[in-house]
Design a protein around this ligand. Structure first.
Ligand code: ADP
Length: 609
């Protein structure tokens, strides 16, 4: 039965500290020892017919047994210790002042027991309290006995030899037991601390190794991604370039359609590769934000230009509202990254909306002369997002559901990139959405304002009809009547497919370019020949495009050192602009370039020379 279950293991919980376990064990065995001692004492005083002592011992024995039962029922060691100490103190007072009116060795032993017990069980404050409480009777007694020849009896006057021996012996055993018990708990505690320390040290070493490994693997992964992306981009460039060329050759309608699909898919794949590369770059903390001058209205028109056409093709109404106060302002910021953010949000809005409208709003929230706070919002009437997914959609590679992937495609990287780009500028993204009604993504951005003012702001935000045309039936090979076949072009490019592509493209403009298969060769050719423009691939064997450009810029003949150079880069990275300018090149186009973009750049540069 439970009532008679006096096991100590029942009350020793594993989650208790070593000291608390020691306290419970001490009470358990201490009470048992005390009970045994009291039994012996009881027998001794009973047999001698000492009535007062027999009743005192009986009461003490009953109290000890009751406390033992209480302890094994509920290990409230705190309360039990107090009760024991109160009983001990009372016994002390009673023997000194009432029963014996004397101080003997047993009284002294009892006081020592109380002192040791109270400190070990209840800590310093209570220990001090009970110690003083028990020492006071002796002190008072000694003061009262001031005039007498004072000496401490070895044995109580009213007890015989055997009673004294039992009491003294039992008390000493208790004192030794309490000390040895706590000393072993103390040693165990120290050992545990040491073991914990060693375990901690071993764990720390493990952690450090794991962190090192993780860092290394993330670096390897990032390098792998970057190499892979680059390797994938190169053949993709050729696919897109070739489709462009074939589309220029007036293909049959069915061929044209197939080519469009080919080009669309290749472009999609390129966008994914670029996203992966870009996300990788953001994650590895390599993004640096630019601070260059631009006009927000121009930028928004440029971003939304192509998107408006896409929206209209889907039958959606696209509204672009820009605060008129922003028209004259020249602000500082990173237009490339801002474009990336808005472009992603608007693309999503169009992608996830079947009917209704897309509303892009740019509002100036605060205008403090040298700095403005602008609110950007992209709202749609699309499929909406469930409340529980509003956070997860910003995680990389996460889409709302499998159906999203099947129905709309995509990688789930767009919003992750947007969020990270904003976070890096300490900007929070807000999203509100209702399933079936639509979504709104918004954020506020602060820009320093230049003192420059745009004299003649553009009248209205409309996309020129001609631009629409170009976007729809691309690609268009721009005409260059005034330059024609007289243009002397040097192309430094090592990849034979790209060389072929360039040759074909230039043949459309009736230009036969000179080809250099690496940077060193390009420098040599420039030394002996005359050119109007150089197209310089950046990654080439023997000498790369940067070094070759620097060599050319160092040439003594100004006609050669000033030849406009356009970098051709397969890297979609945004910090390429600085590197290109630092190497003395005038501009760059990212592969796969649109033929008209390249020609526009060539024409601009030649016109300025
Ligand atoms: P992706 O567009 O490539 O799927 P994103 O990171 O841009 O990846 O978006 C993640 C997910 O968030 C999308 O797959 C879609 O489920 C949800 N989402 C994003 N924008 C919208 C929107 N305007 N309307 C509804 N759902 C959206």
């Amino acid at each position: 039965m439970n009532f008679f279950n006096f096991s100590v293991n029942k009350i020793l919980r594993r989650d208790l500290s070593i000291l608390d376990q020691a306290r419970i064990r001490l009470l358990y065995y201490g009470l048992l020892l005390a009970a045994v001692g009291l039994c012996a004492l009881f027998l001794s005083v009973y047999l001698q017919n000492l009535q007062v002592m027999t009743s005192t011992t009986t009461i003490a024995l009953i109290a000890v047994l009751a406390l033992f039962k209480y302890l094994t029922y509920k290990p409230h060691w705190h309360t039990i210790s107090h009760l024991l100490l109160v009983i001990g103190t009372m016994v002390n007072m009673a023997t000194v002042f009432v029963i014996l009116q004397d101080v003997n060795i047993i009284t002294i032993q009892l006081i020592i027991l109380v002192i040791v017990f109270s400190f070990y069980m209840l800590g310093q404050n209570w220990g001090m309290f009970y110690s003083l409480l028990n020492l006071l009777p002796i002190l008072i007694f000694m003061v009262m006995q001031y005039d007498h020849n004072y000496f401490i009896d070895f044995k109580p006057e009213k007890a015989d030899e055997s009673t004294t021996i039992i009491a003294v012996f039992a008390n000493f055993i208790l004192i030794i037991f309490i000390h040895s018990h706590f000393y072993s708990a103390f040693l165990k505690n120290i050992k545990q601390l040491k073991d914990n320390g060693e375990e901690q040290a071993a764990l720390n070493i493990k952690f450090e190794r794991a962190i090192e490994k993780a860092e290394k693997s993330s670096q390897v992964q990032s390098e792998f991604l970057s190499t892979m992306s680059h390797e994938i981009r190169t053949p993709l460039n050729a696919v897109i370039g070739m489709s462009n060329l074939l589309l220029m050759n007036n293909p049959r309608q069915d061929q044209g359609e197939n080519l469009e699909i080919l080009k669309f898919s290749a472009n999609n794949l390129l966008a994914i590769v670029n996203d992966v590369l870009d996300f990788n770059k953001i994650e590895s903390g390599k993004v640096v934000f630019e601070k260059i001058k631009f006009n927000l209205v121009d930028l928004m028109q440029n971003i939304c230009g192509g998107q408006i056409i896409k929206a209209e093709e889907k039958g959606l109404l696209f509204k672009l509202d820009i605060d008129s106060t922003l028209r004259k302002k020249v602000i500082f910021g990173d237009p490339t990254r801002l474009t990336q953010i808005i472009f992603n949000l608007v693309s999503n809005a169009i992608k996830f909306t079947a009917q209704g409208n897309i509303w892009v709003r740019v509002t100036c929230l605060e205008d403090r002369h040298n700095n403005i706070i602008v609110s950007f919002s992209v709202k749609d009437t699309g499929i909406g997002i469930k409340k529980e997914n509003l956070e997860t959609i910003f995680e990389p590679f996460i889409q709302e559901s499998i159906t999203t992937t099947r129905q709309y495609g995509g990688t789930g990287l767009g919003l992750a990139i947007v969020k990270r780009l904003l976070e890096l500028q300490a900007i929070q993204m807000y999203v509100s959405s209702n399933v079936g009604e639509g979504s709104e993504f918004s954020f506020n951005m602060e820009f320093p304002v230049s003192t420059e003012v745009i004299a003649q702001p553009k009248e209205r935000i409309v996309i020129p009809e001609q631009q629409k045309q170009q976007q729809v039936q691309q690609p268009v090979v721009p005409e260059i009547e005034d330059l024609g076949s007289s243009l002397r072009v040097l192309i430094a490019e090592d990849n034979p497919v790209n060389v072929m592509l360039m040759k074909k493209l230039f043949s459309k403009w009736k230009i036969v370019p000179t080809i250099a298969e690496n940077g060193e060769r390009a420098v040599e050719i420039v030394q002996y020949g005359n050119f109007d423009i150089i197209l310089m691939d950046l990654q080439m064997p023997v000498m790369n495009g940067f070094d070759a450009s620097m060599e050319i810029r160092k040439m003594t003949d100004p006609a050669k050192s000033n030849i406009p150079i356009i970098a051709l880069t397969a890297s979609a990275l945004f910090d390429i602009r600085d590197q290109v300018t630092n190497a003395g090149m005038n501009d760059y186009v990212a592969k796969p370039f649109k033929p008209d973009e390249l020609m526009e750049k060539i024409q601009n540069l030649i016109a300025t020379v």
